[in-house]
Design a protein around this ligand. Sequence first.
Ligand code: SF4
Length: 241
Amino acid sequence: MSLLENKDDLKTLVETLNFKEKVERSLGLIKEAFKIYGDGLVVANSLGKDSVAVWDLAKKVSPKIRGFIITTRFKPKETVGFMNEMTARYPELNVYKSDVKIPDKLYETDPDKCCDLLKVKPTRQAIEDMKVKCWVTGLRSTEGRTRTDFKEVEERDKGLIKLNPILIWKEREVWQYLALNGVKVNQLYGEGYRSLGCAPCTRITNEEDERAGRWIGTSKCGGECGIHTRPLKINQEGDGI
Ligand code: SF4
């Protein structure tokens, strides 16, 4: 049976597949999807460790696979530097950034709105501009409380497939892959961060939850910016950009 149609129990896979089997499964998922969607398969590269692992896997499947990066005015300078290195090396990575005017400190007063304007809307634009049929993410089911219910292949928006090829990898296995394949990561990981985002909304923590340092002190604490939970097809909500 096609890997894309599997109904395997994810929790069992997380605990029973070994590192090599997980890497082979991830490559298999991307290969099958690339065969179907070709140029319409595009990697969403957040520049975090999971995304750069997925990007490396995708490049092993085909150097032609394209990607997009959503950046914001609030990204740390280290992330901007890393992004510039990545885009210089991979011109097939398109950068999207919204310059829309927003109220001062919106990330404190209404972080959902801030993420919607600066992250979700540019993601919709990337999907529209790049004619994406299947977007590929670095989501992992063990990352935090909001990430336990995703599937390896989903169709949350009609006509837009979402592939999560490393959904069953543990944090340790991501680092194992990056080390074994010599993949460079954002220097902020060296400071102690485990999940990277915009500077005002990201802290170093020692919590068990990998995403616990995101949006501390707000209703979004440890949560999501919205690109994995909101509709992504323009005009689906009537408010696309
Ligand atoms: S992570 Fe924070 S600063 Fe970045 S878009 Fe979301 S609320 Fe705004």
